[in-house]
Design a protein around this ligand. Structure first.
Ligand SMILES: [Zn+2]
Length: 334
């Protein structure tokens, strides 16, 4: 008996040691980016956009379940909440002023503290709410914005692996999963009115809203991502974004919707706008609209997972560059 206990302890000690020796200082930013895989994105999205989530309508049980999924993921990855172990930023019902019978809702937040300039914050955002149900019909919102949501999870995991290897980002990264987007960009507005970290310390916002599909106009050339807003407030941000894409990605950056005269006005239509109106440089990553946009047919089986992984890796690399470069990004066009 004693001998057996000793053996068990010995095995335990050995496995602890081997966990320590798994610290890998040879991993590069490319290796971390490559941990963002189509398989893992798909695994998350089939859960996150499942019928059980009931279309994730703000304030409803499906949205609460989705919030729980995000929170539990960060806990399981050892990624902290920004303050006091609070992964939820609660938004009171009264805030949703344009909704009848509004209920309280919550943004979900997780945080990786920078190693050298922790007070400077890069916000990576994606909305996790969607438009709910219409009687028995469920709007799964796999692309909108399940795609951005699960991409943030994978990007966070890649950064946390770098942290575990002693190679974490110099600046801090806030993973901001906002609620209430579909009913009026409420979650991001609430965050910018009640920021967890001062807005003047917020370096930029990279917002991801729909990156899993292909615009029918791009059917012949699907290796692309639309970028909106990158040059509106900051030339440096735009230039950094371009050079990162050139070095680490083969995606075409398409600026079609960045035109001030574009009638779609996408620049004003997702959560980054609440940062931009506070003069914080932003980039909006977007695949464009398609036939399943805001329809019950926006389901996880229609997602292009390899393409989505490429797009998520581009966002990771851009965030890595902004977090680690010598000079802070500023709104140099103001
Ligand atoms: Zn959306």
């Amino acid at each position: 008996m004693k001998y057996l206990i000793f053996t068990a302890l010995a095995v335990l000690t050995i496995s602890c040691n081997s966990a320590q020796s798994m610290i890998d200082r040879t991993m590069s930013r490319i290796d971390y980016a490559n941990t963002i895989t189509a398989e893992e994105l798909s695994t998350h999205l089939y859960i996150f956009a499942d019928d059980k989530m009931q279309g994730r309508m703000t304030g409803e049980p499906g949205q609460k379940m989705a919030a729980e999924y995000l929170k539990n993921y960060y806990i399981s990855e050892g990624i902290n909440a920004p303050k006091d172990g609070e992964y939820y930023q609660i938004i009171p019902a009264e805030y949703f002023s344009r909704m009848s019978e509004a209920k309280p809702s919550e943004n979900v937040v997780a945080f990786i503290r920078g190693s050298e300039k922790p007070e400077e914050i890069i916000v990576l955002s994606a909305h996790y709410d969607h438009i709910g149900m219409d009687e028995d019909v469920i709007y799964n919102g796999a692309d909108d914005d399940g795609s951005g949501t699960v991409s943030l999870l994978e990007i966070a995991e890649a950064f946390q692996m770098a942290v575990n290897n002693g190679n974490g980002p110099k600046r801090s990264i806030l993973f901001l999963h906002v609620t209430g987007e579909e009913i009026g960009l409420y979650g991001s507005q609430y965050y910018t009115e009640n920021p967890i970290f001062p807005l003047e310390d917020t370096v930029c916002n990279l917002n991801t809203d729909m990156i899993g599909r292909i615009d029918p106009d791009k059917a012949d050339n699907p290796n692309y991502i639309y970028l909106i807003g990158s040059d509106k407030l900051s030339q440096v941000l735009h230039d950094v974004s371009e050079s990162v894409a050139k070095e680490y990605s083969d995606l075409e950056l398409d600026y079609k919707f960045n035109d001030d005269n574009d009638p779609n006005r996408f620049y004003y239509r997702s959560d980054h706008y609440n940062f931009a109106k506070n003069n914080i440089p932003i980039i909006f990553y977007f695949n464009g609209v398609h036939e399943d946009y805001h329809r019950p047919t926006d389901t996880p089986d229609k997602i292009e997972y390899e393409l989505m992984a490429k797009r998520a890796r581009l966002i990771f690399q851009t965030a890595w560059e902004i977090a680690n470069r010598e000079e802070r990004i500023t709104a140099d066009k103001l």
